[in-house]
Write a protein that binds this ligand. Structure first.
Ligand code: MCA
Ligand code: AMP
Length: 508
């Protein structure tokens, strides 16, 4: 049986009338037939470059329809797509290159020289470029080739993508997602969110993470829907598009920013069917203000890179704030203590899950994979949850030391290591503090060596060489010492309490 995800996406998306596909706002539409043709030419290029199924294609490019073609081309030809946040620095990229060992790297033209050197160092034979308009050497070369129209026959366990997600202790781990993981999740979401013919999706998310790449694109393609494709979030543009759209997906920051715009009204949302939020907790306050202003109850769902979407509030039943709803069909969920012992109704514990959406393990890291699974195959999410009598889940915290800022993950440990390596720094702690725009904002506490000549500015500048800017703490405090418990562990809770309102007056 053909279990290549692209087979399913192609079959369903090509049912649309010819002009449907990605509509570049203020520009032309790249139809699903165009996407199919572009992906087939890219598949031909892979063949010309002697890439074989299973080879990794590492991609760090801006959002464009051609970037979507590249993703679909990888699926179609059996390559493993490895997307990276465009904010990652050359230092971060060097790690992803050596870990994933791609045969092809596609990057922005301005980064190409540096990346060619890195690629040569690890033996990646090909580096091609793609700019924010989708132009560059990749499309130049693919455009001259005939389309390779077949779709490689794959099994559901074959890998479709590796998405990097950081661990709590150190370097990022590559979560291996199979065609079956992705297609089972896409089909379930398409069904439970009640997609109907004529639905139009506003797509303003980045396409290097699960939310924008898989959840949004796959469900819209399964529905052969028009996608209003924005390069990035822009509140004014989105509000202008709302009367033409029926579905929008976003991180909570999208919703708080929309609420700051007086043009967001009941009338602007008259055509909308569904607003979906995820990737970070949606505050009750945001949920309620949005309902008052627009008449819509945002549907909150919960997921993670390793498993795609895990739970969702119901389309037709009660959508409750501060809950993430019920496990998706086919997803089994239980709440357990740190030893994996199941807890009862309403008890707080770690969510453990099993299902066709759960990934195949971490790339070349069997020990890390083993550590995150129970013997009976349940995956330990690291999220602290409570499940009520009906099976409805609320995320109440995280067992993992993680900050989620505007939907991006910031791993304190990774940032602390970089700060600690700076001259003059004795030690540091990084925590997340409630932030009105980003949900949580990272804050750094730094203990300096005596006579060190270090300022907040000098730390931020130094970190910018090694860390993506969204990971750099928004504020730093210089302290004489970090609060520690009797075991010597830094008491981040105390810092979180003491500094809880430092972002109170920060606007979007
Ligand atoms: C940008 N900056 C940020 C963030 N984004 N700082 C902290 N957190 C952020 N998320 C910084 C930039 O580095 C820059 O700092 C300054 O803010 C302005 O940058 P700009 O590019 O103008 O920001 P923006 O366009 O306003 O972006 C904010 C955003 C964006 C629209 C909220 O971050 C975004 O699109 N987030 C969505 C993330 C997402 O898709 N997550 C899904 C992950 P400086 O001035 O210092 O340079 S998938 C997932 O989590 C799971 C599976 C799930 O459940 O979905
Ligand atoms: P990522 O590593 O980017 O896949 O982020 C996954 C994490 O985002 C999850 O483990 C949760 O901690 C968090 N997350 C995603 N959706 C929600 C949500 N609706 N509410 C609370 N946390 C969420």
């Amino acid at each position: 049986m053909q279990e290549n995800l692209y087979y399913l996406l192609r079959e369903r998306s090509l049912k649309s009338p010819v002009d449907l596909g990605l509509e570049i706002v203020g520009g032309k539409t790249v139809s699903y037939a165009d996407l199919d043709n572009g992906s087939a030419r890219i598949a031909k290029l892979f063949q010309e470059l002697c890439l074989v199924p299973g080879d990794r294609v590492l991609v760090q490019v801006d959002k464009s329809p051609q970037a979507v073609m590249l993703y679909l081309g990888c699926l179609r030809a059996g390559m493993v797509y490895v997307p990276l946040n465009t904010a990652y620095t050359a230092t971060e990229l060097a790690y992803f290159l050596s870990d994933s060992e791609p045969r092809l790297v596609v990057c922005g033209p301005q980064a190409a020289d540096k990346i060619e050197l890195e690629a040569a160092r690890i033996g990646a034979p090909h580096v091609l470029t793609m700019d924010e308009r989708g132009a560059g050497t990749l499309m130049e070369q693919a455009g001259t080739l005939p389309p390779k129209n077949d779709i490689l026959s794959l099994k559901s366990g074959d890998l479709g993508a590796i998405l990097y997600t950081s661990g709590t202790t150190g370097r990022s781990k590559g979560a291996m997602l199979s065609h079956g993981n992705l297609s089972s999740n896409a089909l379930a979401l398409h069904r439970i969110w009640g997609w109907i013919p004529g639905d139009v999706l506003i797509h303003a998310l980045p396409i290097f993470h699960v939310h924008g790449l898989f959840v949004a694109l796959h469900t819209a393609m399964l529905n052969a829907s028009r996608i209003l494709f924005l390069p990035r979030f822009d509140a004014d543009k989105i509000i202008n598009l709302l009367p033409r759209a029926t579905v929008m997906m976003g991180v909570p920051t999208f919703y708080t920013r929309l609420l700051h715009n007086p043009a967001l009204t009941h009338d602007a949302c008259r055509n909308m069917r569904l607003f979906i939020s995820g990737s970070a907790p949606l505050l009750k306050e945001t949920f309620e203000s949005f309902e008052t202003r627009t008449g819509h109850r945002i549907l909150e769902r919960y997921g993670m890179t390793e498993a795609g979407m895990i739970t969702s509030n119901p389309l037709d039943g009660e959508r409750l704030p501060e809950t993430v709803g019920f496990p998706l069909p086919d997803v089994k969920a239980r709440v357990a203590d740190e030893h994996g012992v199941a807890l009862g109704t309403d008890e707080v514990g770690v969510l453990e899950i099993k299902g066709p959406n759960v990934f195949q393990g971490y790339w070349r890291a069997p020990d890390k994979t083993q550590a995150e699974f129970r013997d009976d195959g349940y995956f330990i999410t690291g999220d602290l949850v409570r499940m009520d009598q009906e099976g409805r889940i609320s995320v109440v915290g995280r067992a993992k030391d993680l900050i989620i800022s505007g939907g991006y993950n910031v791993y304190p440990k990774e940032v602390e290591v970089c700060i600690d390596n700076l001259e003059g720094v004795a030690e540091s702690a990084v925590i997340g503090i409630p932030h009105p725009d980003f949900g949580e904002g990272a804050v750094g506490f730094v203990v300096l060596h005596r006579d060190a000549n270090v300022s907040e500015r000098s730390i931020k500048d130094a970190l910018a060489d090694s860390l993506a800017r969204f990971k750099i703490p928004k504020k730093f405090f210089f302290v004489d010492e970090l609060p520690r418990n009797t075991m010597g562990k830094v008491q981040k809770n105390l810092l979180r309490e003491r500094y809880s309102d430092i972002f109170r007056n920060t606007g979007p």
